[in-house]
Structure formats: C-alpha cells, structure tokens
Design a protein around this ligand. Structure first.
Ligand code: ZN
Length: 326
C-alpha cells in the first residue's frame, strides 16, 4: 500500500475507521462494552452508540490501539511507511513524514513493532541454519588503562598516535570512540554486547530472539520451541553451545575457521539476515538500548518473513484490532 493509494482509499477518518471495523467485526458490529449487536449509527466522532448499554464505543476500544488519540488514517499512513522501509527507518524520519511530535511518533513506532512481533511463523523444518550474533546493546566497555599490561598499552598508544596522525579523531565520546574500541577484547561474545540467536529455514522464515545467556540449555529450548525437530537437519558452526543439539535434532556442525561452505553445508542464510539486522541498527537507529533490542529484532524478523508476499500492511491492521491483553 503506497501513500497515494491510502489517500484514495481513505480520504477521511470515516473510511479509515470503516477499514479497521472490517477487520475487527467481520460479521457485523458488536458493542465492545456489553457484547450487544443492537448498535446505532456512527456518531460524528466515529464512535458507535450501543442501544443496549446506552454507551458509546470506538473501533479501537479494548484493542492494541486502545485510547489512541492519533487519527486512524495517520496510523494507516505510518503502517504503510514502516512496512515499505525495507531496511528500517528512524523515528526521526517517520516524524518528518507524519508531522507529529517526536515523542508521539516514537511511541507509535514502538507500538508498530509490538504489532509486528505478534506474527509467529510456523515451526521451521527441512534445513534450518542456526547462528548467533552480537548486536546493539550497550557498547563495549572501555577497559581501565591500569588493567592493561604496560607492554600492550605501549602498542595501543603507538597505534593511537599513528591514527591521530592519519587524521582519525580519538575523542573520548561515551561508548563508541575509537579509543574505546581499541582497548576492548574481541572475539565471540565481547562482554558488553547482547547475543541474539537466530534460526532460518532455507528459503523460508526466520526466528530470532535476544538471549541473556548463550547456554546449551537456552539454545536447546529455543530449538524445541521453534523447530519441527523430527523432520529437520540443523546446521550450525562448531561453537560448543550447539554441540549437544544432536540429542534433539539431526545436526551438522561445520568448522567455520576452515570451511565456509561444503556442498550446501553453511549458515549463509542466517548470516545474510544478520547483515540486514546490523545494517539496519547501525544505519538507522545508531544505538539501541537493551530494553528495546527485542522489538527492533522483531521488526527485521517480520520484514524478512514477509519479503516474498508483502501483506504487511493488512497484517498490521489485523493485529492492531486484536484484543489488548493487559
Ligand atoms: Zn453495549
């Protein structure tokens, strides 16, 4: 759905409201307060009057958009813009498009991500690649220089000097200065980053979740929850966290340091998904706090799983009118 189509289909709030109603009440209006079907016409404020309980209700009453003050047409425009932004977009960009306050748009975007997270793919099967990555979260913590052996510090200092001469700035900005990066350990799971574990079915859907601790127990639980284990070959690299998964599923491990792919044994699909996530997060969102990381990941999962058949707009409307469980 593009913006011109939205304007044509929903010239005013009335058409937008009717559209939401068609998703919420597929077989006629029902009072969201008392359940009666004896409903009067829509009032000028787009609320319905219930003849049974004598109260009024709107299409968003008790739904995910309960008590929204934003016009439904604006929500539809936001749904269209966000679904169309394949690589994600910043709340700032969305704000420019919608002309609302940053705070309002930021909240809208988070609600949209929640709606996206409601989509659950069918259990993965066939060939499933599993892998983890470290994204967003807190930036790597700078080491206290006194913890660094003098010899190493000399090497770092020489490097920093060399970079400075080449014009690289070493401002000690919080988090992401080059100095900070130089002084941290690298490798699997640098301490301050948060692991995200993903599984993708070849040519199929992806699931990904933030995992507090990369343990065998957690990885196993994730496989059990998302994979049709009787009918699947799981492909991972030889990281030891995955090593015992063969007890629940057919499992091929391959040595990443020696081979990248052998006759289709690779994790290329999940790695290209990580590339999308990382580009999206660093390019559009800059820094993602741990609190919101799962919802950012959900946005990329949703877009990936809808990449072939793009019905994201309709899905968002359907999820928006689903009951609010609070
Ligand atoms: Zn009623």
């Amino acid at each position: 759905m593009n913006l011109i189509q939205i304007n044509d289909l929903f010239p005013t709030e009335v058409e937008a409201t009717e559209y939401f109603e068609s998703y919420r009440w597929k077989s006629g209006l029902v009072c969201s307060r008392c359940g009666s079907k004896n409903i009067g016409n829509r009032n000028r404020d787009n609320r319905h009057h219930c003849k049974a309980c004598k109260k009024t209700f709107s299409v968003t009453n008790g739904t995910q958009l309960h008590r929204t003050r934003i016009p439904l047409k604006t929500w539809l425009i936001a749904f269209a813009i966000v679904s169309d932004a394949k690589k994600g977009l910043s709340a700032k960009q969305l704000q420019r498009n919608l002309g609302l306050s940053y705070e309002t748009v930021w909240k809208m975007y988070h609600k949209i991500r929640e709606l996206m997270a409601m989509e659950k793919p069918a259990p993965l099967t066939d060939i499933v690649e599993m892998d983890e990555t470290f994204v967003g979260g807190s930036p790597r913590k700078a080491m206290n220089p006194s913890e660094i052996p003098t010899e190493k510090r000399k090497i770092y200092d020489a490097k920093i000097k060399q970079y400075k001469e080449a014009g690289v700035s070493f401002n000690r900005k919080k988090g992401n200065s080059a100095t900070t990066r130089l002084y941290t350990s690298r490798g699997r799971g640098s301490q301050m980053k948060t692991p995200v574990v993903g599984m993708v079915q070849r040519n199929g859907d992806v699931v990904a979740e933030v995992m507090g601790h990369l343990s065998y127990a957690n990885l196993k639980e994730m496989v059990k929850r998302n994979v049709e284990t009787s009918d699947t070959v799981l492909v991972t690299d030889s990281y030891r966290g995955y090593s015992r998964l063969n007890t629940i599923v057919e499992h091929i491990k391959y040595d990443h340091s020696k081979t990248y792919s052998y006759r289709g044994i690779n994790t290329n699909s999940i790695e290209s998904f990580w590339a999308i996530v990382k580009r999206g997060i660093t390019g559009q969102y800059h820094k993602v706090s741990l609190k919101y990381l799962p919802s950012y990941v959900a946005e990329f999962v949703f877009k990936y799983n809808n990449r072939n058949e793009d019905d994201m707009f309709e899905t968002l409307v359907a999820h928006a009118v689903s009951p609010l469980n609070r």
